[in-house]
Design a protein around this ligand. Structure first.
Ligand SMILES: NC(=O)C1=CN([C@@H]2O[C@H](COP(=O)(O)OP(=O)(O)OC[C@H]3O[C@@H](n4cnc5c(N)ncnc54)[C@H](O)[C@@H]3O)[C@@H](O)[C@H]2O)C=CC1
Ligand SMILES: CC(=O)C(=O)O
Ligand SMILES: [Mg+2]
Length: 537
C-alpha cells in the first residue's frame, strides 16, 4: 500500500499522517468507540462524530446497528437525557420555550429546512422513557428517534427536525441545578398548555407544510389528550400509544403463533395481562383489541381478553377516582377484595401473556415467572419498560426460570443467552421497528392524517416480515440489521392503508403494483456518501 498522494490535498492536509487516508476510517471510529468503557462517553463521542463528519457517522451506524443503536437510543440515550444539561456541547435541535408563546412561528422559522422538512419528533420531556419528568433534558430522545428514521428508514438527515418543548419541569433537582438548560418554572396547567400546544401545532403546519409530527414521551394524560386533539387536524401520531401498540401487536402475533403451536390455544382465546396501564399499556391493549375484532370477535369479547394492572393492583370498574384512560379496560366481572399482588392476579386471571409497561425493575420475580410457566407450555412474557435499568425481567432469568420455554421480547436490547447447551435469542419489542416505516409511508403518500388502519397494517407487515430462517429460529421480531428492508415493507403497507382510507395525496402510487412501489420506496432511501476529503473523527 502506498501513501496517499499529498499533491491531491490542500496544504493543511500536509499535517495528516502519511498513511491515515489509506486506512479504514469506520474501523478507526469503532476502535475509538470501543476504547471507551462508559455508555455516556460513547454517546458523547458519537454525538461529536455526527457534528464533525455526519456521513462517516451514518456509515458507522448503518454498518454496525447492533452495536451503535443501543448507544444512540435505549438504553444509553436514557443516561444522555438524564445528564443532558451537563454534557451539552452545541445546538443540535429546536427548543421552543413557554416564554416564547405568541412568537412560536418566528422560532420555527429559525430552523434551516423550512419547506424541505419532512419529519419532526416532538417531546415536552415530561415522561422520558421510564425516567419521569426530565424537562428540557428530553431533547436527546427526539434526536435518537430521528437517527432511527435516518438509519432505519433512510429519511434524509436534513429533512428531520428534533424538537423539545421547554414548558418547565416539576423535577425539583433540575430547577435548582445551575447548569440546567431549561426555563426555571413548574409545568403549566391544562389551560395554559393547551393554548401553547394549539399555537405550536398551527405554527408547525404553516412553517413546515410537508411535515409528519411524531409526539414522543409526553406524560400519560397529555399523550392521550394531544393525540385526540390533533389527530384529525394534522399529520400527527403518538409513538408511545400507537407506535408501541403496533410493535407489540406484531410481536404478540408471532409469539401467540409459537405458543399456540405448543398448547393449541387459539389466538382468540389468549388472555393478556398488562402490568402497567399508562399511555403505552393502554395503547397496546387498544391495538390488540382492535385486531381481535378484525378476527371476528365482538368488541365485548375482544375487550374481555384484556386485564390491566396499575400501582394499585387489578383495575376494576368499581375503583373510585379511576383515570379516564383506565376506564375502558376496567374489569366488571371481579367482585372480591382488591387484588394487589401480581401472584394473586395471575392466579385469578391465568394469563397466557404477561406484558410489562410499568417502569418497575424486576417486577416479574422468580415466583411470577415460574407461575406463568406452570400455567402455560410456552408463556409469553414481554417486559417492555425502558431503559434496561427499569425492565421488569432480565432475559437470562426468564430463560432460567422457565427452562427455556418463555417467548420473550423486551423494550431494551438483551444479548443471546446460553442455557443447557442451547442458545436463546431475545426479541426487542420496541417501537423503533415501527415508527420509521409509519413515518416514511406517511411522508411518501403525503397522507393528510395517520389513521388507525395505517398503524394496524404496519403491525401486520412487521409480523409478516420474518424470513424463513428467522421463523425457524423462533424469533418474534426480525433481526435489526434488516431494518431498512423491513421499514420499506412497512411503508408500503402504510401507503396502501392510507389509500384505502382516502387520506393519501400522492395519486401516482395508486397506479403502481406492490413490487414497483416497494422498489420506489427503496430507491428513495437516503445513503451516506462521503464528501469530506479528510475524515474528521
Ligand atoms: N418497548 C417500547 O417500545 C416502549 C416502552 N415504553 C416503556 O413503558 C414504560 C411505561 O410508559 P408509559 O405507559 O408511557 O408510562 P406511564 O407513566 O403512562 O405508565 C406507567 C404505568 O405503570 C403503572 N405502575 C407504576 N408502578 C406500578 C407498580 N408498582 N405496579 C404496577 N403498575 C405500576 C402506573 O400506574 C401506570 O399505569 C416506560 O418505561 C417506557 O419506557 C413506552 C413506550 C414504548
Ligand atoms: C421506546 C419508547 O418510546 C419509550 O420507551 O418511551
Ligand atoms: Mg417513547
Amino acid at each position: 500500500m502506498s501513501a496517499f498522494p499529498l499533491s491531491a490535498l490542500s496544504s493543511a492536509a500536509a499535517r495528516i499522517p502519511p498513511y491515515f487516508l489509506n486506512t479504514d476510517h469506520r474501523q478507526r471510529v469503532l476502535s475509538q468507540l470501543r476504547g471507551k468503557h462508559n455508555g455516556l462517553e460513547k454517546y458523547i463521542y458519537l454525538n461529536g462524530l455526527k457534528e464533525r463528519d455526519p456521513n462517516l457517522f451514518y456509515e458507522v451506524l448503518l454498518g454496525n446497528m447492533l452495536e451503535v443503536i443501543p448507544i444512540l437510543y435505549t438504553p444509553t440515550v436514557g443516561d444522555a437525557c438524564s445528564n443532558y444539561s451537563h454534557i451539552w456541547r452545541r445546538p443540535e435541535g429546536l427548543y421552543i420555550s413557554i416564554e416564547q408563546k405568541g412568537n412560536i412561528k418566528q422560532v420555527l422559522r429559525s430552523w434551516p429546512s423550512g419547506q424541505a422538512a419532512r419529519i419532526a419528533v416532538v417531546t415536552d420531556g415530561s415522561r422520558i422513557l421510564g425516567l419521569g419528568d426530565l424537562g428540557a433534558n428530553g431533547l436527546p430522545i427526539a434526536i435518537g428517534k430521528l437517527d432511527l428514521y435516518i438509519g432505519g428508514a433512510g429519511i434524509k438527515p436534513s429533512t428531520t427536525v428534533p424538537i423539545c418543548l421547554d414548558l418547565g419541569t416539576n423535577t425539583e433537582k433540575y430547577l435548582t441545578d445551575p447548569l440546567y438548560l431549561g426555563v426555571r418554572r413548574k409545568r403549566p396547567d391544562t389551560e395554559e398548555m393547551d393554548a401553547f400546544m394549539n399555537e405550536f401545532m398551527e405554527a408547525m403546519q404553516e412553517v413546515f407544510p410537508h411535515l409528519v409530527v411524531q409526539f414522543e414521551d409526553f406524560s400519560t394524560d397529555n399523550a392521550f389528550r394531544y393525540l385526540e386533539m390533533f389527530r384529525n387536524k394534522y399529520r400527527v401520531f403518538n409513538d408511545d400509544i400507537q407506535g408501541t401498540g403496533s410493535v407489540v401487536l406484531s410481536g404478540f402475533l408471532n409469539a401467540a403463533r409459537l405458543a399456540s403451536s405448543a398448547s393449541g390455544t387459539p389466538l382468540a382465546d389468549q388472555r393478556i395481562l398488562f402490568f402497567g396501564a399508562g399511555s403505552a399499556g393502554i395503547g397496546v391493549a387498544k391495538q390488540l383489541t382492535s385486531f381481535f375484532t378484525l378476527q371476528g370477535l365482538s368488541e365485548e369479547e375482544a375487550r374481555s381478553r384484556i386485564y390491566t394492572v396499575d400501582s394499585k393492583g387489578l383495575i376494576t370498574a368499581d375503583r373510585k377516582g379511576l383515570q379516564e384512560h383506565k376506564k375502558y379496560f376496567a374489569r366488571t366481572d371481579y367482585q372480591g377484595p382488591p387484588l394487589t399482588s401480581l401472584i394473586d392476579i395471575i392466579e385469578y386471571v391465568k394469563p397466557t401473556a404477561l406484558l410489562g409497561l410499568s417502569t418497575i425493575q424486576n417486577a416479574f420475580t422468580e415466583d411470577v415467572v415460574r407461575l406463568m410457566a406452570r400455567l402455560n407450555t410456552r408463556p409469553i412474557i414481554f417486559p417492555l419498560s425502558n431503559p434496561v435499568s427499569l425492565c421488569e425481567l432480565e432475559y437470562q432469568d426468564a430463560i432460567r426460570w422457565t427452562n427455556g420455554s418463555v417467548v420473550f421480547a423486551s423494550g431494551s436490547p438483551y444479548k443471546p443467552v446460553e442455557f443447557e447447551g442451547n442458545i436463546y435469542e431475545p426479541g426487542q419489542g420496541n417501537n423503533m421497528y415501527i415508527f420509521p416505516g409509519i413515518g416514511m409511508g406517511a411522508i411518501l403518500s403525503k397522507s393528510k392524517h395517520i389513521t388507525d388502519s395505517m398503524v394496524e397494517q404496519a403491525a401486520i407487515a412487521l409480523a409478516g416480515s420474518l424470513t424463513v430462517e428467522e421463523t425457524k429460529a423462533e424469533l418474534v421480531y426480525p433481526r435489526l440489521t434488516r431494518i431498512r428492508d423491513i421499514s420499506a415493507q412497512i411503508a408500503l403497507a402504510v401507503i396502501r392503508a392510507a389509500q384505502k382510507d382516502n387520506v393519501d395525496e400522492n395519486a401516482l402510487f395508486r397506479n403502481l403494483s406492490d413490487d414497483a412501489l416497494l422498489e420506489y420506496i427503496k430507491a428513495k432511501q437516503w445513503q451516506p456518501t462521503n464528501t469530506n476529503s479528510i475524515p474528521r473523527l
